[in-house]
Design a protein around this ligand. Structure first.
Ligand code: S3P
Length: 168
């Protein structure tokens, strides 16, 4: 592996957090989940922040949390929330700190089934139509990742992590 610091991104439900955990385990490192970091810092989850103060206010918190996490410099693996990569300032931050951005490109149906069945509240994906429209509209910025990995239902987090290590 040439790049040893990795940011995982992709749509809600694509598996960022579980792959980050598996990847960190394989390289014997720590990982940071940006949404969890925000929840600890603010005492509120991203969903609560969005519901209470709107998406724009959440994005500002998210960017400052990302800046802090990147500056801490103690995690080789970071999992972003699904919208973080769509913000140009965030992409520039990831790049300037030397992280390799990996897009976990999962089919919409897989993301949607996880969004529906999971415990996490996702105010930006309230129904199938809204989620699918967001999924489509974000693909062009997700394409700006350094590495794109197609992932699907049968792939375990461990096998996806191994593929990242082979390609990074
Ligand atoms: C969001 C995704 C969520 C969370 C917030 C906004 C998005 O994270 O950051 O609800 O804009 O796609 P996950 O991708 O981990 O669900």
């Amino acid at each position: 592996m040439k790049r040893d610091r990795i940011v995982l991104m992709g749509f809600m439900g694509c598996g960022k957090t579980s792959v980050a955990k598996a990847l960190a385990g394989q390289i014997d490192s720590d990982f940071i989940d940006l949404d969890s970091f925000i929840t600890e810092r603010c005492g509120k989850s991203p969903a609560e922040l969005i519901q209470q103060n709107g998406e724009q206010a959440f994005r500002e918190i998210e960017t400052s949390a990302l800046r802090e996490v990147l500056t801490l410099d103690d995690a080789q693996v970071i999992a972003l929330g699904g919208g973080a990569w769509t913000i140009e300032e965030n992409r520039a931050l990831v790049e300037s700190h030397g992280y390799l951005a990996v897009w976990l490109d999962a089919p919409f149906e897989l993301c949607w089934s996880r969004i529906q069945s999971g415990d996490t509240v996702r105010p930006l994906a309230p129904d199938r139509e809204a989620a699918q429209a967001l999924y489509q509209s974000r693909r062009q910025t997700y394409e700006l990742a350094s590495l794109k990995l197609a992932v699907d239902e049968p792939d375990s987090p461990e096998s996806i992590a191994r593929r990242i290590l082979q390609s990074a």
